[in-house]
Design a protein around this ligand. Structure first.
Ligand SMILES: *[C@@H]1O[C@H](CO)[C@@H](O)[C@H](O)[C@H]1NC(C)=O
Ligand SMILES: *[C@@H]1O[C@H](CO)[C@@H](O)[C@H](O)[C@H]1NC(C)=O
Ligand SMILES: *[C@@H]1O[C@H](CO)[C@@H](O)[C@H](O)[C@H]1NC(C)=O
Ligand SMILES: *[C@@H]1O[C@H](CO)[C@@H](O)[C@H](O)[C@H]1NC(C)=O
Length: 269
């Protein structure tokens, strides 16, 4: 920033008295504190994405992803602007898995995150679309992993195509712990198979880094990803949202060749 511009910014508050309702740019002199929130629009929009920080878990190591921004140009160094390079594991924090994550032939054929069906990731009440239906946020009994028996007990109605499973992981706030915890709750192979055989669910969301429990890691993923119709969203932030039906919107980056991507997910009441 040029010295002239800085001088001008210093003078502005004395020239024009700041109006309270000007949201941007913020009036000079007020404390510059960005607003960060999970709920927007007076309780209608919920951000169910965990923010990314060096402490974000990814499963790559036992601890967080570390410094994921590297300065490429820095104002501190006399550059006119800041410009960072982002480097982070594809399965960091709240993220999506593509079929190529567990199937070599799918990976080679290009079933990456760019190939995922946006219609599945955009679920809302809409009478005129066959595929349109909202997402159901359900509570899983806190003392169990998601087995066939548990899936059956949840009584998810036929026709529901998108389900977010809230588990003990949310109560334990596992996503924000410093260390990876392999005792997290997730799907066992028979739970994944039951879902595939008995429901219409095409979007499966859970509240830790993997939809599959550590003990069922590979088999449950294989069951889910085999048909290439089920999309797995992992590491959702599901605290402070009531169970029930919501419009859901999840958008991964269009990373060609990537078998996973960070994703932004919101629920709309
Ligand atoms: C800024 O300058 C310092 C000192 O010359 C250098 O070590 C650092 O790499 C520079 N950083 C950037 C982002 O240019
Ligand atoms: C961005 O600019 C600020 C202010 O000059 C500086 O402190 C910071 O290191 C910069 N960050 C990056 C990533 O370049
Ligand atoms: C996608 O989401 C928007 C916003 O909720 C909704 O209006 C639209 O009907 C959805 N589209 C489909 C095909 O579900
Ligand atoms: C879920 O399974 C994991 C192993 O993957 C186990 O450590 C954990 O205790 C189980 N949780 C519950 C609530 O049964």
């Amino acid at each position: 920033m040029s010295p002239k511009l800085i001088l001008l910014m210093l003078l502005i508050p004395y020239v024009s008295s700041s109006s309270q309702d000007t949201a941007y740019p913020p009036p000079y002199g007020e404390e510059l504190i960005p607003l960060r929130r999970d709920v927007y629009s007076s309780g209608k929009i919920y951000d169910i994405t965990h923010s990314v920080s060096p402490g974000t878990l990814s499963g790559v190591s036992d601890v967080g992803i570390g410094e994921y921004l590297t300065p490429f140009r820095s104002m501190k160094n006399g550059s006119d602007y800041n410009f960072s390079i982002i480097k982070l594991p594809a399965h960091s924090g709240t993220h999506v898995d593509a079929p190529g994550h567990f199937y070599e032939n799918y990976f080679e054929a290009g079933f990456d995150v760019d190939s995922l069906d946006l219609q599945v990731l955009n679920g809302s009440r809409h009478r005129s679309y066959f595929f349109a239906s909202p997402a159901l946020l359900v509570d899983v009994p806190r003392d169990k992993n998601i087995t066939a028996e548990v899936m059956e007990s949840l009584n998810i109605p036929k026709g529901v195509r998108r389900v977010l499973f809230r588990t003990l992981n949310t109560d334990k706030q596992l996503m924000t712990q410093k260390r990876f915890d392999s005792s997290y709750v997730g799907f066992m192979k028979d739970g994944a198979q039951w879902l595939k055989d008995n429901t219409d669910i095409k979007l499966v969301g859970t509240d830790y880094l993997s939809v599959a429990a550590h003990d069922g890691l590979i088999p449950a993923h294989l069951v889910f990803l085999e048909s290439r119709e089920i999309i797995l969203v992992e590491g959702l932030k599901l605290e402070d949202v009531e169970a029930g039906l919501y419009n859901v919107h999840c958008l991964p980056l269009r990373l060609l060749g990537a078998e996973g991507s960070p994703i932004r997910c919101i629920l709309i009441k």
